[in-house]
Ligand binder design. Structure first.
Ligand code: FES
Length: 102
Protein backbone atom coordinates (compact mmCIF):
# COMPACT_ATOMS: atom_id res chain seq x y z
CA UNK A 1 0.00 0.00 0.00
CA UNK A 2 1.30 3.45 -0.82
CA UNK A 3 1.62 6.03 1.98
CA UNK A 4 -1.15 8.31 0.66
CA UNK A 5 -3.68 5.47 0.64
CA UNK A 6 -2.82 4.28 4.14
CA UNK A 7 -4.39 7.10 6.17
CA UNK A 8 -7.90 6.92 4.55
CA UNK A 9 -7.85 3.16 4.97
CA UNK A 10 -6.92 3.59 8.65
CA UNK A 11 -9.78 6.09 9.19
CA UNK A 12 -12.23 3.83 7.36
CA UNK A 13 -11.09 0.90 9.50
CA UNK A 14 -11.65 2.83 12.72
CA UNK A 15 -15.05 4.04 11.51
CA UNK A 16 -16.10 0.48 10.71
CA UNK A 17 -14.81 -0.69 14.07
CA UNK A 18 -16.72 2.09 15.85
CA UNK A 19 -19.92 1.31 13.95
CA UNK A 20 -19.63 -2.40 14.72
CA UNK A 21 -18.99 -1.64 18.39
CA UNK A 22 -22.03 0.67 18.54
CA UNK A 23 -24.22 -2.01 16.92
CA UNK A 24 -22.92 -4.60 19.36
CA UNK A 25 -23.61 -2.31 22.33
CA UNK A 26 -27.13 -1.59 21.06
CA UNK A 27 -27.82 -5.31 20.57
CA UNK A 28 -26.53 -6.04 24.08
CA UNK A 29 -28.77 -3.32 25.54
CA UNK A 30 -31.78 -4.68 23.64
CA UNK A 31 -31.08 -8.14 25.04
CA UNK A 32 -31.94 -6.94 28.56
CA UNK A 33 -35.54 -5.95 27.66
CA UNK A 34 -38.09 -8.74 27.12
CA UNK A 35 -40.22 -8.84 23.97
CA UNK A 36 -43.33 -9.81 25.92
CA UNK A 37 -44.17 -9.23 29.57
CA UNK A 38 -47.06 -11.12 31.19
CA UNK A 39 -46.65 -9.39 34.56
CA UNK A 40 -49.71 -7.46 35.73
CA UNK A 41 -49.23 -3.70 36.03
CA UNK A 42 -47.55 -2.65 39.27
CA UNK A 43 -49.93 0.28 39.78
CA UNK A 44 -53.71 0.34 39.43
CA UNK A 45 -56.69 2.32 40.67
CA UNK A 46 -58.39 0.45 43.48
CA UNK A 47 -61.12 2.94 44.33
CA UNK A 48 -61.82 4.86 47.51
CA UNK A 49 -60.89 3.76 51.06
CA UNK A 50 -64.57 3.70 51.94
CA UNK A 51 -65.01 0.84 49.43
CA UNK A 52 -63.01 -1.46 51.73
CA UNK A 53 -63.96 -2.90 55.08
CA UNK A 54 -61.51 -2.09 57.88
CA UNK A 55 -59.50 -5.10 59.09
CA UNK A 56 -60.59 -7.40 56.27
CA UNK A 57 -58.51 -8.73 53.40
CA UNK A 58 -60.08 -7.89 50.04
CA UNK A 59 -59.43 -10.28 47.14
CA UNK A 60 -61.31 -8.52 44.34
CA UNK A 61 -58.03 -7.49 42.60
CA UNK A 62 -56.34 -10.88 42.90
CA UNK A 63 -57.33 -12.21 39.47
CA UNK A 64 -56.61 -9.07 37.40
CA UNK A 65 -53.63 -7.59 39.24
CA UNK A 66 -52.38 -10.38 41.50
CA UNK A 67 -52.86 -8.30 44.63
CA UNK A 68 -54.78 -8.40 47.89
CA UNK A 69 -55.76 -5.13 49.54
CA UNK A 70 -56.10 -4.68 53.27
CA UNK A 71 -57.53 -1.62 54.95
CA UNK A 72 -56.55 -0.87 58.53
CA UNK A 73 -57.33 2.07 60.81
CA UNK A 74 -54.07 3.86 59.91
CA UNK A 75 -54.42 3.40 56.14
CA UNK A 76 -54.20 0.48 53.77
CA UNK A 77 -51.65 -1.79 52.15
CA UNK A 78 -51.41 -4.25 49.30
CA UNK A 79 -50.05 -7.78 49.28
CA UNK A 80 -48.72 -9.62 46.24
CA UNK A 81 -50.33 -13.03 45.70
CA UNK A 82 -47.10 -14.66 44.49
CA UNK A 83 -45.22 -17.07 46.68
CA UNK A 84 -41.73 -15.70 47.33
CA UNK A 85 -40.34 -19.21 47.45
CA UNK A 86 -41.56 -20.84 44.23
CA UNK A 87 -43.64 -18.14 42.51
CA UNK A 88 -46.95 -19.97 42.82
CA UNK A 89 -50.24 -18.22 43.48
CA UNK A 90 -51.43 -17.93 47.08
CA UNK A 91 -55.06 -17.98 48.19
CA UNK A 92 -56.44 -16.48 51.37
CA UNK A 93 -58.19 -18.99 53.63
CA UNK A 94 -60.65 -16.89 55.63
CA UNK A 95 -61.57 -19.66 58.08
CA UNK A 96 -57.97 -20.38 59.08
CA UNK A 97 -56.72 -16.81 58.64
CA UNK A 98 -53.71 -17.71 56.52
CA UNK A 99 -52.49 -17.92 52.93
CA UNK A 100 -52.42 -21.37 51.34
CA UNK A 101 -50.77 -22.66 48.16
CA UNK A 102 -52.97 -23.36 45.19
S1 FES B 1 -44.60 -23.04 48.50
FE1 FES B 1 -44.80 -21.59 46.93
S2 FES B 1 -46.82 -21.80 46.32
FE2 FES B 1 -46.63 -23.28 47.82
Amino acid sequence: MIRRGFQPALVAGWLLFGAASALGAAATGRYFYPNVSTDPPAAFKAGFPSDFEVGKLDARFKRRFGAYLVRIEEGSYALCDSCTWCGGSLNWDESRGLFVCS
